[in-house]
Design a protein around this ligand. Structure first.
Ligand code: AHR
Length: 496
């Protein structure tokens, strides 16, 4: 058993945790959109206007704040006009060379967002598109009436303009989005974003395509040349235990070494945010421009027997711990990180949901999103953790991470994550300034085996359970976490 201590200042709040850090990303990739979300009206899978009812209701429960679409790499080859009215097919060059029917287009995506009650975040095409094409899309979606684009939207069945809050100007323009240099992209960004106009009362939050991992020069250049015209700048970082090209590592058959390295790589997100933020601070000390981590999560070898271009991977308790670790890091950087979008929602990479025909299952990652939704828009409480070491061979990581937030009604939520695959964690927390509370409660997501997961034959193998392994007396909270566990403790505001 390892001993960890922490102090939480229950009466000192830091920045608000923007609920958008619990955002999602769904790309035209493999079975992510088609099959996973969209089955069409004539499908025998129950659907609402073509959208799977089971998937939509599971996602709605997560209170997804924002959904990014249509890519990814796909975005810079997507020509939106082929996906409205009479559809034209397109070749999905990036992901398996499949032919996309374009049955799922702007109207269907907006319908999905309405169904989920989330904000749309659309990524526009800079790599192979034109300024006019992007301007037309904005006009199509958001202009009231009387122009060619708004009239076309009406002809296609949508009378009123949509509300559009977030728009990305390209994606990974250093790579699949055009192989550009940062100086060139910065100029293109300035140009394209000019024509992303605000119509019908929209105030579009414009997101510039950002750096890959530790490309600090990209961030520096974008901030220097275009910060005045952007609201957000993106950053992409995936947790890959192995090597991107030579083998990322199995999603289910991994060793203890791979567990440790996965946790280490997930924790690296902290350094990346710190360093990118420090550059942003030089150009934007008021922290107006948000760091938008619009792709993150585990990227592992595809499930054997599946199309490697479809990026379909299983999801274990290891993925759940990666997700919880990321959220704790994002919380710590709540003053700069305004949004994050896990890749990806259904059937792709670190998914919330897997489907097989009519069947659907919730992954361990889904459950972390569900448990942590209490942190949405809550105020981060100041805290400090002295973690014991999670030691493996010659490596050492903090065994636990802890994050606490307070909701407007005074309820306090403390999430604790024990990434150690062998040792229990004993956690003693001093709740400074704690007043009387209502009856506390706890929830735990945990598994005995490193690769525990949900399957279609055993869909509830890993799921949250009530947690009673803690005591709270006034300002003292003590908990004992098993290895590989995510715990959420709720201290309700005093009801009296
Ligand atoms: O999420 C899969 C891919 O990863 C995205 O399409 C791309 O932006 C990134 O390289």
């Amino acid at each position: 058993m390892s001993h960890n201590t922490a102090v939480i200042q229950t009466d000192i709040t830091r920045a608000a945790i923007n609920k958008n850090i619990y955002g999602h990303f769904a790309e035209h990739l493999g079975r992510g959109i088609y099959e996973g979300i969209w089955v069409g009206k004539d499908s025998d899978i129950p659907n609402t206007g073509g959208i799977r009812t089971d998937v939509a209701s599971a996602l709605k429960k997560l209170q997804i704040p924002v959904l990014r679409w249509p890519g990814g790499c796909f975005a810079d080859e997507y020509h939106w006009a082929n996906g409205v009215g009479k559809r034209k097919t397109m070749l999905n060059t990036h992901w398996g060379g499949t032919i996309d029917s374009n049955e799922f287009g702007t109207h269907e995506f907006m319908m999905l967002c309405e169904l989920l009650g989330c904000e749309p975040y659309i990524a526009g095409n800079v790599g192979s598109g034109t300024v006019k094409e992007m301007a037309d899309w904005i006009e199509y979606m958001t202009f009231e009436a009387g122009t060619p684009m708004s009239d076309w939207r009406k002809e296609n069945g949508r009378e009123k303009p949509w509300k559009l809050k977030y728009f990305g100007i390209g994606n990974e323009n250093w790579g699949c989005g055009g192989n550009m240099h940062p100086e060139y992209y910065a100029d293109l960004y300035r140009n394209f974003q000019t024509y992303v106009r605000n119509y019908s009362g929209n105030e579009i939050y414009k997101i510039a395509g950002g750096a890959n991992v530790d490309d600090y020069r990209w961030t520096e250049t974008l901030m220097k040349k275009a910060a005045d015209l952007m609201d957000g700048l993106s950053l992409h970082y995936y947790t890959i235990p192995g090597d991107f090209w030579k083998g990322k590592g199995s999603a289910t058959e991994f060793t203890e070494d791979e567990w440790f390295i996965t946790m280490k790589k997930a924790a690296h997100m902290d350094e990346l945010i710190t360093r990118h933020s420090a550059i942003m601070d030089q150009y934007d000390p008021e922290k107006r421009v948000g760091l938008i981590i619009d792709e993150w999560g585990t990227w592992l070898d595809p499930e054997p027997g599946t199309n490697p271009g479809f990026l379909y991977q299983q999801n274990t308790i290891r993925d759940a711990l990666v997700a919880a670790t990321h959220f704790h890091i994002f919380h710590q950087h709540a003053d700069r990180v305004q949004m994050a979008n896990i890749a990806q929602t259904v059937n792709v990479l670190q998914a919330m949901i897997l489907t097989e025909g009519k069947q659907m299952l919730l992954t361990p990652t889904y459950h972390v999103f569900d448990m942590f939704k209490v942190h949405h828009d809550a105020s981060l409480l100041a805290s400090e953790t002295k973690a014991a070491g999670y030691e493996w061979k010659d490596g050492r990581l903090p065994q636990v991470s802890i994050s606490a937030s307070k909701q407007q009604n005074g309820d306090i939520h403390i999430s604790i994550c024990n990434i150690d695959h062998l040792q229990k964690a004993d956690v003693k927390i001093e709740l400074r300034g704690m007043k009387k509370t209502g009856k506390p409660s706890g929830t735990i997501l945990h598994a005995e085996k490193m690769n525990a997961r949900n399957t279609f034959s055993s869909p509830e193998n890993v799921k949250p359970k009530p947690f009673s392994g803690f005591t709270q007396k006034g300002g003292n909270l003590e908990a004992e976490l098993p290895p590989m566990a995510v715990v959420l403790i709720t201290l309700p505001a005093d009801p009296s």
